[in-house]
Design a protein around this ligand. Structure first.
Ligand SMILES: Cc1cc2nc3c(=O)[nH]c(=O)nc-3n(C[C@H](O)[C@H](O)[C@H](O)COP(=O)(O)OP(=O)(O)OC[C@H]3O[C@@H](n4cnc5c(N)ncnc54)[C@H](O)[C@@H]3O)c2cc1C
Length: 389
């Protein structure tokens, strides 16, 4: 492994790998990414693989539009298939359209629809009849309204990560797997290196892309990043006749329960329990909770045989926006973390804008003027500075 680099990225999930590629593409190739296990072994290898306009916060919408554009040119740019399948996303909500976290109440799906329309994004408010046509076999008790995005859909995070890593490597980036970062070397108000289990790397720039461990890496820089890891379970069923054809990703907002096709069966996701497990394991007793709600909402799931299951962590911030940008008190220390349940869909865009910030020192140049990443800095949170360094 190198002992000197222009940039060290801590974390080989989809965020760190996308950044490595975009830095190299912009000509900054003297980059070392350290990953304590294998590339993609964290949350990025455990997701539901959805990209959709209805999920990001309003602040993140410009990023999602950039991500979609990147996916559309992915094959040409990287000579690889990102696995984009526009199966559509269908969000379901009760009479109030689910509470909006920013106001505590209100018609959040209706507001979201108006926002998407104002940005020219294809979005449809749908009634119960249309909901039943899009996703058959649902029990719509308590459901009043749906929000349908036909362009939304699935990607293949593994293929995206491998394509970014392949091209980054080809351009000169080093990926050091099985190497754990253990601390920062700081001189005055600058970061000057990273300590790792494979030795010291001198560097003027370090990026915290450590996902569910980002809080720990932030603490090395004297930052108290308000990230909480919430564990989500996914279970995969065998074939179910009612769902033998493609359905949209169907997401009930009030309970954060969802399902979509996965191979011949269905993938079902649910759960938000705080956890800091390094390798999150399935809690099979939680299957009872998931099964109870699944059979209520989609009674055909009573016939389902569970074939597989896994669990992963979603690193969530208080406002559900990521933490992205350089720390104001420590030159050369950048955060790219706190992506919560939306880090796959934002990765192409985040890598692009952070690479621009690192290489040019600003995101005001180029074609990214619609993306104001200054609003994503950790400094927006009270008490962000822990004062421990
Ligand atoms: C069940 C589930 C479903 C999800 N579904 C979706 C979805 O449909 N769409 C979507 O967009 N997002 C989804 N997400 C969220 C998404 O998976 C994450 O936001 C995203 O993977 C975060 O990427 P990351 O690169 O920041 O983190 P990670 O993929 O976790 O990568 C961080 C990496 O850093 C490494 N690391 C940590 N500390 C160190 C250290 N000290 N030294 C070296 N390496 C270190 C870890 O080993 C890890 O590989 C889901 C998440 C879960 C759990």
């Amino acid at each position: 492994m190198k002992n000197i680099a222009e940039v060290v990225i801590i974390g080989g999930g989809i965020q760190g790998i996308s950044l490595a590629y975009h830095l190299a593409r912009r000509g900054l190739t003297d980059v070392c990414l350290v990953e304590m296990k294998d590339l993609g072994s964290g949350s990025s290898g455990r997701s539901a693989a959805i990209i959709g306009h209805a999920f990001p916060t309003e602040n993140c919408l410009p990023l999602i539009e950039l991500s979609f554009a990147a996916l559309m040119r992915f094959q040409d740019e990287l000579d690889a298939d990102p696995g984009y399948e526009p199966i559509g996303c269908l969000l379901l909500a009760g009479a109030q359209g689910a509470p909006d976290p920013s106001t505590g109440s209100g018609h959040c799906l209706r507001r979201r629809h108006a926002l998407l329309q104002s940005r020219g994004i294809d979005s449809h408010l749908v009634d119960r009849e249309t909901i039943s046509r899009l996703t058959p076999g649902l029990n719509l008790e308590g459901i009043e309204v749906g929000l349908y995005g036909p362009r939304d859909g699935m990607v293949d995070p593994h293929s995206i990560m491998m394509a970014y890593a392949h091209h980054a490597r080809r351009l000169g980036v080093e990926f050091a797997e099985g190497v754990k970062a253990t601390g920062l070397q700081i001189e005055g108000d600058r970061v000057v290196g990273v300590h790792t289990t494979a030795g010291f790397i001198a560097t003027p720039r370090v990026v915290n892309a450590a996902g569910f461990r980002a809080r720990e890496v932030g603490a090395w820089a004297g930052m108290d990043l308000p990230i909480t890891n919430l564990k989500r379970h996914i279970f995969v069923t065998g074939p179910i006749p009612t769902y033998s054809r493609s359905i949209p990703f169907t997401y009930e907002v009030e309970v954060a329960w969802y399902m979509r096709r996965e191979g011949p069966g269905l993938l079902i996701g649910m759960g938000a329990v705080e956890s800091d497990e390094e390798d999150p394991q399935v809690d099979w007793s939680f299957l009872d909770v998931v099964a109870e709600h699944s059979m209520h909402r989609a009674p055909a799931l009573a016939e389902a045989e569970i074939k597989n299951g896994w669990a992963g962590l979603r690193p969530i911030t208080p406002d559900d926006d990521p933490i992205l940008g350089e720390a104001s008190h420590l030159r050369g220390f950048f955060n790219d973390c706190g992506w919560g349940g939306h880090g796959i869909m934002h990765a192409p865009a985040a890598g692009m804008v952070l690479a621009e910030l690192i290489v040019d020192g600003t995101t005001d140049r180029g074609n990214l003027t619609d993306v104001d990443i200054s609003r994503f800095r950790a400094e927006r949170f009270e008490g962000w500075l822990s004062g421990c360094c």
